[in-house]
Design a protein around this ligand. Structure first.
Ligand code: PGA
Length: 263
């Protein structure tokens, strides 16, 4: 039985001071006995503050990205042991924004060089996170163009095979996968619940082929992309959807707590 996970991806929002206020009001709204796993992924600088504030709650803190090397001349990067020191439990990997695939514009090739996330870096990051006991949340998903040309399943299968290559199945029990159609992120165009459920089912059977069925049945598959309090019930009812990765709606404590309660 997979416990549902709702993770808030704050992206580049809130200073540490603002983050504290938001989290304090979120904690007041959340039922301490809620039988759902909850994580908040703030910008790096807010992680120490949030860890402190959430110490006595069951709400975990996550990061939005990581670099795979442990230390060295990598200006601007943060490594997994640096996150582990602050007891970070989750880390997002391969988000479409770090892959340079923005939903609102079709991917402009000139942006890709600035973001550079690809299957190979995704796999290196997952390995480094697992080594430091941080649970990766691997994001996969197709652009509007890829969906229109019926390549949705093939694109996602390629992202899963590439991102998980060279990693032992037994290590992946703590992986979560987030299906995030690029065209649904930040656009208000949520994916139809039954289609999102179908894609998450396809992800689970692909994981079964790449890894093994036991591991695939343990891995949590989340849906992300314009999840709101008014559309999450139906998404969370899908048998293969084990929670959500929530962007914009996680910035509002009322809205985010309603999504958590729905899960
Ligand atoms: P959104 O973002 O909920 O604002 O669409 C989701 C995400 O990017 O993870």
């Amino acid at each position: 039985m997979r416990t549902k996970l709702v993770a808030g991806n704050w992206k580049m929002n809130f200073t540490a001071k603002e983050a504290s206020a938001v989290v304090e009001s979120f904690v007041r709204l959340i039922d301490a006995k809620a039988s759902v796993d909850i994580a908040i992924c703030p910008p790096y600088l807010s992680i120490p503050r949030l860890r402190e504030l959430l110490r006595d709650t069951h709400i975990k803190v996550g990061a939005q990205d990581v670099f795979w090397e442990t230390s060295g001349a990598f200006t601007g990067k943060i490594s997994a042991p640096m996150l582990a020191e602050f007891c970070v439990d989750y880390c997002i990997v391969g988000h479409s924004e770090t892959r340079g695939r923005f939903g609102k514009l079709e991917t402009d090739e000139s942006t890709l060089g600035f973001f550079c996330e690809n299957e190979q870096t995704v796999s290196l990051k997952i390995k480094s996170l697992l080594y430091h006991a941080i649970n990766p949340i691997l994001c996969v998903g197709e652009t509007a163009q890829e969906r229109d040309s019926n390549r949705t399943d093939a694109v996602i299968q390629g992202q899963l095979r590439g991102g998980l290559s060279g990693i032992d199945a037994a290590e992946l029990y703590f992986l979560s996968v987030a299906y995030e159609p690029v065209w649904a992120i930040g656009t208000g165009n949520v994916c139809d619940a039954s289609e999102a459920g179908r894609v998450c089912g396809m992800i689970r059977s692909t994981l079964g082929e790449i890894l093994d069925t036991d591991v695939a049945n343990e891995i949590r598959i989340l849906y992300g992309g314009s999840v709101k309090a008014n559309n999450c019930d139906e998404l969370f009812r899908q048998p293969n959807i084990d929670g959500g990765l929530v962007g914009g709606a996680s910035l509002d404590p009322n809205e985010f707590s309603r999504i958590v309660m729905s899960a």
